[in-house]
Design a protein around this ligand. Structure first.
Ligand code: ASP
Length: 350
């Protein structure tokens, strides 16, 4: 990790301390001498963004040695970012994580589970257009993310949770999904309203913010022995069989139709039932971005409930995948089974 400190208030005293973790993605790309897009040198941030001086911040910037496209983000990176936040939680007012948009919702979800008892804002942002481009969304996204990370009321952080700021909206991280790859409105949270909207001023919806009542604790063990099985009409028994035949498999996120519905074919139910009897967790998550799984509402989900498929309620696939990995890593199969349907960081309406 490369580390630099910038006091944007110089020579005055900064009002808040914010740590930026720069992991890569489109945000930080700039043209090199040959016109090729390469990650830019973060120590030059004030040149790209002179208005940062107006924020009066003591910035600590940590950059990955080799910034990466977020399609290459792995659980090891989640562990690295979560540890950095945990270790600096006491001394910083907030954190901004600059991350590629492609897997940002996974990393934000993972961190929301790994940093139990968080008391400071962790604001993820990125950009659809590199900071070096004239019409880039990077500048506004970063400036507002920094403002949110530093925002306090009566000495306490206004949004002490892991969130995503993008295109004028602050969303809860573990409720967010990337929904758009061309326009600036890249993220949506269908099942939970925005925590804030940035216009002439930043309007916080304080009643919606998650406030943890517990001490900060780092859950840093990850077990990625899981699979996502997305259903489609015509899915073959061989495909489902091959997924459940994996001997190291511990859990499957079953992406179902509508309110949690699946084929009633005997072979399908039998394969699920055998897997559940072997101890594999099968978690029902809807393919619909909005709404929730209600097992038993239709005939096509009644049997799922009877054989022990667990309902994921209104969780996103991103939240379900990362929550399973953290719970399996920290508490094993039995613990994960008990805790998966409980809200740990506001990811689920109970
Ligand atoms: N492929 C890039 C990434 O996720 C896209 C972006 O940053 O928006 O890293």
């Amino acid at each position: 990790m490369k580390k630099i400190n910038i006091n944007t208030a110089t020579p005055a005293r900064p009002q808040s301390k914010v740590m930026i973790v720069y992991t890569g993605g489109t945000f930080g790309m700039a043209h090199d001498a040959n016109g090729v897009l390469v990650p830019f040198d973060f120590s030059l941030i004030l040149e790209h963004l002179p208005t940062l001086r107006n924020l009066s911040l003591d910035l600590t910037i940590l950059s990955f040695d080799h910034p990466i496209d977020s399609s290459n983000i792995q659980p090891e990176h989640w562990q690295q970012i979560a540890s950095l936040i945990y270790e600096n939680h006491e001394t910083q007012d907030g954190f901004v994580v600059l991350h590629g948009t492609d897997t940002m919702a996974f990393t934000a979800s993972a961190l929301s589970f790994m940093l139990q008892g968080l008391k400071k804002p962790v604001v993820f942002t990125g950009a659809q257009l590199p900071i070096s481009e004239t019409r880039s969304d990077a500048r506004e996204n970063l400036i507002t993310a920094l403002e949110i990370a530093a925002a306090k009321k009566n000495g306490k952080a206004i949004v002490p949770e892991v969130c995503i700021y993008f295109d004028d909206e602050l969303l809860r991280g573990n409720r967010s999904k990337k929904v758009e790859s061309m326009h600036f409105d890249a993220f949506k949270s269908e099942n939970y309203p925005p925590l804030a909207k940035a216009g002439v001023k930043i309007d916080y919806n304080e009643a919606l913010v998650y406030h943890s009542q517990t001490e900060l604790k780092l859950l840093n063990k990850i077990d990625a022995s899981i699979a996502v099985l997305k259903l489609f009409p015509g899915i073959q028994a061989e495909v489902v069989t091959s997924i459940f035949a994996n001997p190291s498999l511990k859990a499957v996120v079953l992406e179902t139709f509508g309110a949690g519905n699946a084929p009633t074919a005997t072979w399908f139910i039998r394969l699920l039932k055998e897997a559940i009897e072997r101890g594999i967790i099968v978690l029902n998550i809807s393919q619909c971005p909005g709404g929730m799984v209600v097992q038993g509402k239709y005939e096509t989900s009644k049997e799922l409930q009877q054989i022990g498929v667990l309902s994921g309620g209104d969780m996103t696939t991103e939240a379900a995948v990362t929550k399973l990995m953290v719970l399996l890593g920290e508490f094993g199969n039995d613990g994960a089974k008990k805790m998966i349907a409980q809200s740990l960081a506001g990811e689920l309406s109970e």
